[in-house]
Design a protein around this ligand. Sequence first.
Ligand SMILES: *Cc1c(COP(=O)(O)O)cnc(C)c1O
Length: 360
Amino acid sequence: MENRFDPGRLVRKGLQELVPYQEITYPGVIKLNANENPYDFPEEIRLAINEMLGPQSFTRYPDAMAQQLVQELAHCHGVSAEQIMVGNGSDELILDLMLTFGAGNRVVIAVPTFSMYGIHARVAGAEIVEIPRQFDFELDVPEIVRASGDAALVVLCSPNNPSGNSATVEQVQSILDNCPCPVVVDQAYVEFGGPDFLPLLDRYPNLVILRTFSKAYGLAGLRVGYLFAQSQVLQYLFKVKQPFNLNTFSQVAALTVLRHRDVFAPQVAEITRQRDILYNTMQQMPGFDVLPSDANYLMFKTGYSAADVFDGLLSRGVLVRNFGDPLLSQYLRVSVGQTEENVIFLRSLQQVIAMLGEKD
Ligand SMILES: *Cc1c(COP(=O)(O)O)cnc(C)c1O
């Protein structure tokens, strides 16, 4: 008998069109594509993590509530432990939000923005309503409010990835005041600039804030994110949360980083300083436009296709972020690296622009 097995026929509606997020790795390049902390992980914190790991039992499941981490996060942010949930990276928390509120409902996303909102919305079976940002990537507040009327979730990012600009307190308050659903503000880059919306948490039961250890705090490889919300919202997210989502190793590392967070302050200050130097230099150079940024990356526009500029930089050993997004067909994003890396990036970019100019 002919085998008629065809899983594609059985796959849930909407999943067939989804392209898997599979990042290609390029060994040996200058890696300026993922907004990680470019500096070496502080040795004293590495030693402290090793010491803390000693007495841990790897034969037992991790603390499902990550109680110590949650308590110390609460203490250092001045909120109550009941207003926090931790995740295997904020990526997991985005999926939890989509599974809790998005599935079968509408989700409003202010685009262009971080691609995981759309991916997880599709995975959860949500209907996506994209509200384009304005020409300068400012939020279109009235359109977001209008669309939220029959939506179950609104997702904002501030500072926005990839454009680098922040929302204002007035904009976020106006959205919170007028949207009858949870409003997520992803603040993955707030350590580098822009307003911190946490002080609004007690006043707005619909506010959800995402934070991460992946960017300023150098733990991208260990996957630790966290979320602030009032218990009215959190009680539903806990129904969806994987019980043992944050492994013992990552809980220990995040707790140690939190206790030593002052060690990262000079790194963050240096990254923001380098960002401003890179921005000022790029602004004075011909051939492209660079956008001001509150984060640890800069988005820039050339007169050429993003793919051609990306390839030219890669052939010179510099990896930046190309989006494959029609809204951003001439834009690329570069993470702020170490000083020498930024210099090589700038020199390579000038060469690539000159080369593409000669071809015209
Ligand atoms: C990098 C990034 C994240 C991912 O954070 P993880 O905690 O590493 O999952 C979340 N949101 C935005 C906007 C990001 O750029």
